[in-house]
Design a protein around this ligand. Sequence first.
Ligand code: PGA
Length: 257
Amino acid sequence: MNERRPLVGGNWKMHKTAEEARHHCQELVAGLRGPADRAPGSAGAEVVIFPSHPLLPPVAEALRDAPVALGGQNLHPADAGAHTGDVSGAQLVDAGCAWTLCGHSERRRDHAETDALVAEKAIAARRHGLTPLVCVGELLEQRRAGETFAVLERQLTALLDAAPDRFELAYEPVWAIGTGETATPEQAQEAHAFLRGALESRLGAAAAGRVRIVYGGSVKPDNAAELLAGADIDGFLVGGASLDAASFLAIIAACGL
Ligand code: PGA
């Protein structure tokens, strides 16, 4: 394991009502381990939940005293304005967020988000003091065509050209999201090492070493530990398994020692 504190995100996508969210948070708070349960000197994993926007206030309230941060699933690059159906960085902050996802593959797919737009969103997030967790990853046909690294390089370059002063990355191979098909630990580490190398050549080793690169794509309690063994794998962005408090807690525990 490296020195970066593991980061575990729960991406709830378009799931749960306020009542279901409150119940889930109660289970989560009851199951989170305290400092006494951890190895000496370990800070445990940093945990962030990304509920859909209407759930942010009830989840913020339910997690008020818990060591769990809150993030939006998306934001508009503008600070305010005539953008029906969108949400601003200021609104996310106002609702209790410290984080936001940017460029999740489902938004790239459903809303035709381009690399340039994703980079603008990351810049908007930083303007409001939010940490962007920027998602990158290749489609199945791109992997089959041997284009994985070229896709990752293109997605990352757009972000680095915009030069946000702070961001974290999620490598999410699109073919592994919600499919039950996880990248093997070797495939995941290979992609993460590529991203780390690309960060190093643009930012230098010290800055690249501070960026956390989490893996996402059918992470479950039973595959988390072996994935985390990869030297450049710094935690997870969890979709389906984050909807169940017990499995999310088990994934956090796998990252928390
Ligand atoms: P999954 O989703 O864990 O359900 O594959 C991951 C994600 O989309 O962030």
